[in-house]
Ligand binder design. Structure first.
Ligand code: ATP
Ligand code: MG
Length: 354
């Protein structure tokens, strides 16, 4: 007769953890283990080191297609198209996807693709990174760095005015972006305005839509047809004369003044009924004396900064590099002001669906 061998007593133990756990589920339900990513779409190999690199102005070093992105929400609409908040299905990272619809000829399309390539190579922490661009059936899709506090237009809608110390912090960052565009890339932005200056929770301010207005213009068949607002255009530009980098400086001055006084400088109130027509605006910009900061309400440094930008003769404006050294910027430089605290106290432009 066989004797029953006693069941071996099983011992369950948690293995000693010598290396840190690298496996986790990302927000999109992707299982992430070291270099391996697995979700309902299959398996993928992505170098973790490259994927987790912060958005420091360098290109993402892994390839992805539009199919890898899922829409979270529409975050904005402009005259050229729609901007959506999207999530990368594999790595869970958020991006802004700007979709521009246009009917364009083949040669212009090639030119646009060329411009977008230049745009993608941006290496400045104050210019929004364009990670990828796709062209398909007359639709251009740009995968952009997501700026989670929206634009300066969103900020001033809530706070109405921005105090001088914070404005100096904003200006310094925009000027650093402009120095990069003007002095290193040798390009004119052409569309500096509150909605093209984006902010994130860290208090970083970055210029976006660089090259996009030129691109939209070229798509209309004429190289410099403008799509968007004329409000921030310099006198030489709005009247159709030649213009250069200093045209962006006029626009910056207008933006800064608007943020300080709480209204577009050429109008008396934000009341839509008083908004000038294009021809009234053209006449005001070209013929009237340039707007300035009221000296009884603002510091001499601020008034001087604004008038160093808003000069009707482009030769009288300071350059972006000169403005970086302006006493208004210098005055608040060592005060260590955190713009992140200001924007953090505001309603975020996008509420995430739960
Ligand atoms: P226009 O098309 O007339 O120039 P616009 O600049 O407002 O106007 P878009 O560039 O299409 O139009 O942007 C629409 C809105 O989407 C912006 O105002 C901004 O709030 C938001 N947005 C754009 N890009 C981003 C981004 N990278 N991150 C977060 N929000 C963005
Ligand atoms: Mg824009």
């Amino acid at each position: 007769m066989k004797t029953k061998t006693p069941l071996k007593q099983l011992k369950l133990a948690v293995p000693a953890q010598e290396t840190p756990i690298t496996s986790f589920l990302t927000a999109s339900g992707t299982f992430h283990d070291g270099d391996l990513l697995l979700n309902q779409k299959g398996l993928r190999l992505i170098s973790e080191e490259k994927e987790s690199r912060p958005s420091d102005g360098k290109e993402l070093e892994f390839d992805f297609t539009l199919d890898d992105l899922e829409t979270v929400k529409v975050i904005g609409k402009g005259s050229g198209g729609v901007v959506q908040l999207v999530r990368h299905k594999w790595v869970g990272r958020l991006f802004a996807l700007k979709v521009i619809q246009m009917n364009i000829q083949e040669d212009i399309r090639k030119q646009i693709v060329q411009e977008l390539k230049i745009n993608q190579a941006s290496q400045c922490p104050h210019v929004v990174v364009c990670y990828h661009s796709f062209y398909h059936n007359g639709v251009i899709s740009l995968v952009l760095e997501y700026m989670d506090r929206g634009s300066l237009a969103d900020v001033i809608k809530q706070v109405k005015t921005i105090l001088e110390p914070y404005l100096a912090v904003v200006c310094k960052q925009v000027l650093q972006g402009l120095v990069y565009l003007h002095n290193e890339r040798h390009v004119i932005h052409r569309d500096i305005k509150p909605s093209n200056l984006l902010v994130n929770h860290k208090g970083e301010v970055k210029i976006t839509d660089f090259g996009v207005s030129a691109m939209l213009g070229s798509s209309m068949g004429q190289r410099d047809t403008f799509v968007g607002t004329y409000n921030y255009m310099s006198p030489e530009r709005i009247s159709g004369s030649t213009y250069d980098y200093s045209s962006d400086i006029w626009s910056l001055g207008m933006v800064v003044l608007e943020c300080a006084i709480g209204r577009f400088p050429y109008i008396q109130s934000e009341d839509q009924q008083n908004w000038p027509s294009f021809y009234e605006l053209l006449a005001a910009i070209v013929e009237s004396p340039p707007p300035s900061a009221p000296p009884d309400q603002f510091s001499p440094e601020f008034c001087s900064f604004v008038s160093s930008c808003i000069q009707k003769d482009p030769r009288d404006r300071l350059t972006s590099l000169e403005l970086l050294g302006h006493p208004f910027i210098k005055k608040f430089e060592d005060k260590d002001l955190d713009l992140g605290i200001l924007v953090g106290s505001l309603e975020p432009p996008v509420n995430f669906p739960r």
